[in-house]
Ligand binder design. Structure first.
Ligand SMILES: O=C(O)CCC(=O)C(=O)O
Length: 285
C-alpha cells in the first residue's frame, strides 16, 4: 500500500516541485551584505529606514518627466486616496521607467531577509500630493491581512522621493517602532512621536507593513511626487491583480526579478501554477 501521509511536512511545504524552471529568487545583483545588515538593524528597531541618494538625478528627472503627464485626475475618490492627491495605478502597462526602483538590489536584499523566497509585488503606484492636501489617515499597510498582531510583517513598502520630501510638502509621516504594537490604535501620546520622512529626491524609505504611517499634509505651494512599491509574502493576495491588469507582452519587457514578483513564480511546493505547470512557461515564445 502507498504512503498515505506526506513523508515530511516541512519538506512538503518548502521544496519547490518545479523542474524545468528553478526558482530565480535571490538571483539579482547582490547588495553589500554589511549594508543590508545595517539597514535591517534599523528596520527591526524602528520599523523603517531612510536610504539617501540611491538613484541618480538623471533618473529622478526622467521619472518625473514621464509620470506627470500621465495623471488623469486631480483628486482621489476618498480621503484615503486624498481629495487633493493624484495617483497612477496599473503602472507597468503605462510606463516601465520605474522598473529600476522596483527591483533595486538594495531593496531586494532587504526583502530577501524579511520574506520567504518568491515574495510578490502587491502594488506599484505614483502618488502626487498637491498643495492644500490634508494628512492621510494613518494606517499600517498590511492591516487588511487580518492576522493578529504583534506578528511578523506580511507586507513591506518603499516610497521613493521624486521630489525632495520636506515637513511642509507632505513627506510621509511614520510612528517609529509602531511595527511592534499589538492590534491597538495610536494614542494621543503616540501621535506626538509622528515623524516626517524628510529626504532629498532620489532617496527611498523602506518600511514594514506593520508600521503606522500616512502621506503628510502638503502646506507648501508645490506638489510632492513619489513612487511607491509595496511587496507581500508569497502566499498573500496582492492588492493589484497583476494577472488581470498586465498583458504578457508587457511582463516580457520586465526583468526576471520583476516577472517573479508579478506572479510568474511559485511558492513551494506549487502555489501559483497554471494548468499544472510553472507560470514562467507562459512567457515562452
Ligand atoms: O504618499 C505617501 O507618502 C504615503 C501614501 C500611503 O501610505 C498610502 O497611500 O497608503
Amino acid at each position: 500500500m502507498g504512503r498515505i501521509v506526506v513523508e515530511d511536512i516541512e519538506e512538503y511545504s518548502q521544496v519547490e516541485l518545479a523542474k524545468k524552471y528553478p526558482s530565480t529568487a535571490g538571483s539579482q545583483q547582490q547588495a553589500s551584505a554589511a549594508e543590508v545588515d545595517r539597514l535591517m538593524a534599523a528596520i527591526e528597531r524602528d520599523g523603517y529606514v531612510i536610504i539617501e541618494n540611491v538613484i541618480s538625478t538623471e533618473l529622478v528627472a526622467e521619472i518625473k518627466e514621464d509620470l506627470i503627464p500621465r495623471f488623469e485626475y486631480d483628486s482621489g475618490r476618498n480621503n484615503f486616496e486624498g481629495f487633493k492627491t493624484q495617483r497612477l495605478y496599473a503602472f507597468f502597462e503605462k510606463s516601465l521607467v520605474c522598473n529600476p526602483l522596483v527591483d533595486h538590489p538594495l531593496i531586494l536584499g532587504c526583502l530577501d531577509r524579511i520574506f520567504e523566497p518568491n515574495y510578490l509585488l502587491s502594488q506599484l503606484q505614483a502618488i502626487n500630493i498637491l498643495p492644500g492636501e490634508a494628512q492621510q489617515p494613518l494606517h499600517p499597510d498590511d492591516a487588511f491581512y487580518r492576522v493578529q498582531r504583534p506578528r511578523p510583517p506580511l507586507g513591506a513598502a518603499t516610497i521613493w522621493a521624486i521630489d525632495d520630501f520636506t515637513e511642509e510638502n507632505g513627506a510621509t509621516v511614520v510612528i517609529p517602532r509602531s511595527h511592534l504594537w499589538d492590534d491597538r490604535m495610536p494614542s494621543e501620546a503616540d501621535l506626538e512621536h509622528l515623524t516626517p520622512v524628510v529626504m532629498p529626491a532620489g532617496s527611498v524609505v523602506l518600511f514594514l507593513g506593520t508600521l503606522w504611517h500616512g502621506g503628510g499634509a502638503n502646506r507648501s505651494h508645490a506638489a510632492r511626487l513619489c513612487v511607491s512599491a509595496q511587496y507581500c509574502a508569497p502566499w498573500c493576495r496582492t492588492q493589484e491583480n497583476y494577472s488581470l491588469s498586465l498583458s504578457r507582452q508587457t511582463v516580457k519587457q520586465c526583468s526576471e526579478h520583476i516577472q517573479r514578483m508579478l506572479g510568474y513564480s511559485i511558492h513551494a511546493p506549487f502555489m501559483g501554477f497554471v494548468d499544472g505547470k510553472h507560470p514562467r512557461r507562459l512567457l515562452e515564445d
